[in-house]
Design a protein. Structure first.
Length: 442
């Protein structure tokens, strides 16, 4: 029997979700790929390495809910200058993967690189790829930064350069069905990672009282119905000269069959949502429909007046409006935001917390906290926010807080255990201790 060649892969994700991603990749390997073709590697800030066959890389693209991309590692070497990076890129057999007819895009990320211009280094990688293909074929590929056929990524540390070929194309949080975005929708892979961090499993009631365009609901429904997140989209590897076409047809066929079976099932998946805005609920309904999901029960309610949607307790999950991005609705006039005074001492802290809570926000969050305490005994609530003072505003003591990044915005996922009579009041000004946030990314 022929041995299957194993490649090194790197799977980036939103920072803070490395451990859930590693667990998810392990499950994908066990379920969709021959065990000998898959070995999970190191977690690093911003992603997870693994070793596996082409089938493993394609399965990660199709089935990972948390990954941002799946990158195939081509080479790694020391560098001191842009010239060394050019040489490393020039030596790679790009012609094995694509022809000069494909358009390309190169991106570089770096940690502690001594190079003065990453833009110049990016140009040198692009030149190396184009020069090699021109010398071999007489033609050079064109650059298309918007919709390239092929993406090349380089990652620089202090003295090492790693070259990757992207196999995803559009980032994986684009599931291929979202048209209607809310004002500040969560990325699908961040929502999926948060669901995993909550420990929610299908069969347990799940409620998002500020569901907006329905990201948590759609991600949870797909988990409950066993629908692969990538079943509706195409992937970058489909444009490469070589990938394992037979393995791909099998993986995709099984995912399409599973989705058909899910659509004909009439299971009550106990996933509920509400929002104060009827427009948002319309968006959520059309997103759920486009994703081929069953119609869920969505209600137009102010979160201050919410009641449990199920007889048995479950998980409440929400990302309330961020002061910086959109405003809380259904409350009085907005107060002034004050610039933090101590800028310069701790820039991160300053960027993260608002100096003084807006009085109308304060009133909203106190009522929302009361609604949770009084009407949701036995539930576990998870709230994603960039406001470190949120537990104080809600008058709830958090059980855990997990640092997460929503794009560039540093957030915390606060967990509150709503046990009747045992939640302690705390002053609004109380500030939780600083966390160790992940600080680097590959
Ligand atoms: C940050 S967005 C949530 C985005 C959502 N997770 C998504 O992916 O689209 C906050 C949501 O809170 C809703 N909202 C604001 N004030 C509210 C209130 N008083 N009660 C319920 N929902 C409210 C907004 O309409 C908005 O949809």
């Amino acid at each position: 029997m022929a041995t299957t060649f194993l490649f090194d892969w790197f799977v980036p994700c939103p920072r803070g979700l490395e451990a859930p991603l590693a667990a998810e990749l392990g499950e994908i390997g066990a379920k969709h790929v021959d065990g000998s073709q898959f070995r999970i590697g190191k977690e690093v800030p911003g992603g997870v390495h693994f070793r596996g066959s082409w089938a493993a890389g394609m399965a990660a693209n199709l089935h990972s809910r948390i990954a941002s991309r799946v990158l195939l590692k081509l080479a790694q070497g020391p560098y001191r200058s842009e010239h060394d990076i050019y040489e490393l890129a020039y030596q790679q057999q790009w012609e094995k993967w694509f022809s000069p007819n494909e358009t390309i895009r190169v991106d570089i990320t770096a940690i502690k690189s001594p190079l003065r211009s990453l833009e110049f280094a990016t140009l040198r990688v692009k030149d190396a790829v184009c020069d090699r293909l021109r010398e071999l074929t007489g033609n050079r590929p064109s650059v298309d930064t918007a919709q390239p056929d092929v993406r090349v990524f380089a990652f620089l540390t202090l003295n090492e350069c790693t070259l990757y070929l992207d196999t995803s194309g559009d980032p994986l949080f684009k599931r291929g069905w979202r048209l209607d975005k809310g004002a500040a929708p969560l990325r699908e892979n961040l929502a999926a990672g948060i669901l995993r961090l909550t420990g929610w499993t299908p069969g347990t009631p799940l409620y998002d009282p500020m569901c907006g365009s329905g990201t948590f609901l759609a991600e949870a429904a797909q988990v409950a119905l066993n629908i692969a997140p990538g079943v509706e989209r195409r992937f970058g590897f489909e444009k490469l000269k070589q990938y394992d076409v037979n393995a791909w047809q099998k993986l995709k066929g099984a995912a399409v069959d599973a989705k058909r079976a899910a659509q004909s099932s009439r299971a009550d998946i106990q996933i509920y949502g509400s929002d104060i805005s009827g427009d948002m609920l319309d968006k959520a309904y059309s997103n759920l429909e486009r994703a081929g999901l069953p119609e869920l029960s969505l209600k137009q309610i102010d979160a201050r007046h919410m009641t449990p949607p199920s007889d048995t307790p479950g998980i409440l999950v929400a990302n309330p409006p961020y002061g910086e991005r959109i405003e809380v609705r259904g409350r009085g006039p907005r107060g002034e935001l004050r610039e933090p005074k101590n800028r310069g001492h701790d820039e991160d802290e300053d960027a993260f917390i608002r100096a003084q809570p807006d009085p109308a926000d304060q009133e909203f969050f106190i009522s929302f906290g009361n609604a949770m305490k009084q009407r949701f005994p036995g539930w576990r609530a998870y709230v994603l926010t960039s406001d470190r003072k949120l537990p104080g505003l809600l008058r709830l003591r958090e059980s855990t807080k997990t640092p997460l990044f929503n794009g560039a915005l540093e957030c915390r996922l606060f967990r509150f255990d709503l046990i009747a009579g045992s939640v302690r009041n705390r002053p609004a000004a109380a500030e939780p201790a600083a966390d160790q946030a992940p600080d680097a990314k590959e």
